[in-house]
Write a new protein. Sequence first.
Lengths: 115, 110
Amino acid sequence: DAMVIQNPRYQVTQFGKPVTLSCSQTLNHNVMYWYQQKSSQAPKLLFHYYDKDFNNEADTPDNFQSRRPNTSFCFLDIRSPGLGDAAMYLCATSRAAGTGRTEAFFGQGTRLTVV
Amino acid sequence: SQELEQSPQSLIVQEGKNLTINCTSSKTLYGLYWYKQKYGEGLIFLMMLQKGGEEKSHEKITAKLDEKKQQSSLHITASQPSHAGIYLCGADKGNTPLVFGKGTRLSVIA
């Protein structure tokens, strides 16, 4: 019954080697978010899609990219991972219409290790 | 930008005791959300508050939003080991993504 599914749960990548994290949802929500959470810190929004519209946070490094090929799937691409990119990456979805929005539903997260 | 301060940063309580976690905003909140996170996992939605003075309860957890919509509290009655985790408050402006506080780490000891 998982509604927001992130794969993989754990990812180890080499320094500088491109890596892709995936997120899928069965809720048919029109908004999808990617957050980065480092140890003992608040989740930090990287970007979000409102339908097909991509919204990048001003302080999100260019190293981070995202794709949303359809409503159900969203990907986070890290072009050249550095040691500082090791973190938990959280995907979330919500349904938004006008100025209203439902609560955000989160996946289990992908813990990224860079070696 | 919206900033949320949570207090305390961490809390250790004895099983059966009550506790309160606070979340304060520098700006008037539109929506205030409480989530729980277990270590290494995603966030579980607890409650959403939107109206000044609103209060919601689920099982032994009660969340309140003050009249000015700048402060929220999460109260747990008769804490249990299952309540242990990180509690995060999040806020939005209606059509903007959530921003979160740093969280309160709760430990419940027997």
